[in-house]
Write a protein that binds this ligand. Structure first.
Ligand code: PLP
Length: 351
């Protein structure tokens, strides 16, 4: 039986998801692409709050917050943050107050320092994740830019402190050393699942935003000496920024665990599906969403999993991944975000 050479039981953890998540064979998708065998790891259907990758991180992040006596959680993200929605759902389940500080302008305009909103309009501003945040009882504070968000967060925390509340703050995407432990644990889960199915995977393909997911997989696979590549598909940053984020988070998590930070020569990052930036859709993304839907009945989102699938499809069509390989596509969730893209979604689905 495979094992991780680290003891995660010393970190407080709250149970939020259903583990292990399914690992599904996708024969019709595989056939349509005429390439490698594709298995989809369904972290989109792990239980709470419509599901998604953030639940794995939140089990450790909220475990620590509860141990420290917190009764209120403050966290951050874009207007359609999935992390915010799952933090709101987890707080509802745990009886914690949740304050979400959301920022409109989060997409960097290529070759400039300007930030813009990825989308405008009623659906993006009020539906999708943000409507669920409110249904789950979170207090939502929408700010125009990072500066306003910082000022708002300071004011909110100061107000909560004067009320005598105990506040824990969680970073964007839940990506810090503790959050990384969620995907470190998932590397073991996935390897054990593959072994029980008598399968061997050559690569794991996942989205990279705030980088905690890719960092956890990178560290977990390295610590197990598992000969697999982690292929991270950027949805917001440059390749260099992503690699630096993975490096930093792996280093921080290794320090937390008291192990030496491993060499990460099995990690690759591509920005081939990024398009104009975070939250900006492309024709390839809608094609990928339709292909997964029409071959396997699997729903992708336009911001994370759609871009990841578009990159995978491009690599397969370019014969960069031989048909003899088996690839694990990590489905990290994001379904509610799809409804932030109505009416584009309706046009793409009907067209
Ligand atoms: C649906 C979904 N997939 C992937 C990611 C990327 O994960 P990470 O931020 O850990 O890189 C996110 C992050 O927000 C997400 O919401």
């Amino acid at each position: 039986m495979v094992k991780l050479p680290v003891d995660l039981s010393r970190f407080p953890r709250v149970a939020l998801g259903n583990w292990p998540t399914p690992l599904e064979d996708c024969p019709r998708l595989t056939k349509a692409l005429g390439g490698p065998r594709i298995l989809v790891k369904r972290d989109d259907v792990n239980g709470l709050g419509v599901g998604g990758n953030k639940l794995r991180k939140l089990e450790f992040l909220l475990g620590a917050a509860l141990t420290e006596g917190a009764d209120t959680i403050v966290t951050f993200g874009g207007v359609q943050t999935n992390h915010g929605r799952l933090t709101a759902a987890a707080c509802a389940r745990l009886g914690l107050r949740c304050e979400l500080v959301l920022t409109r302008r989060v997409t960097r305009v290529p070759r400039s320092n300007t930030l813009v909103a990825p989308q405008n309009g009623e659906a993006y501003e009020r539906s999708g994740n943000v409507v669920l945040d409110r249904l789950y009882g979170a207090r939502v504070h929408v700010c125009d830019d990072d500066f306003q968000a910082e000022v708002a967060a300071e004011r909110i925390v100061a107000g909560l402190n004067t009320q005598g509340r105990r506040v824990a703050s969680i970073p964007v995407g839940g990506s810090n050393a503790l959050g990384v432990l969620g995907y470190l644990a998932s590397a073991l889960e996935l390897r054990a699942q593959l072994e029980s199915m008598d399968e061997r995977a050559s690569r794991i393909v996942c989205a990279i935003g705030s980088a905690g997911t890719a960092a956890g997989l990178a560290l977990g696979t390295a610590l197990m000496h598992w000969p697999v590549t982690v292929d991270a598909v950027s949805v917001s940053n440059t390749v260099q920024e992503c690699l630096a984020d993975i490096d930093r988070l792996v280093g921080d998590a290794a320090t937390l665990l008291g192990v030496r930070s491993p060499v990460l020569d099995h990690v690759q990052v591509t920005d081939r599906a990024l398009g104009e930036g975070y939250g900006m859709t492309t024709a390839a993304v809608w094609d990928a969403i339709r292909l997964f839907g029409r071959t396997e009945g699997i729903t992708l989102d336009p911001v994370y999993t759609g871009k990841t699938a578009a990159a995978l499809i491009d690599a397969i069509r370019g014969a960069e991944i031989p048909a003899s390989e088996t690839v694990v596509f990590l489905h990290t969730g994001g379904l509610p975000g799809l409804f932030g893209y109505v009416p584009e979604l309706i046009e793409e689905a009907e067209g």
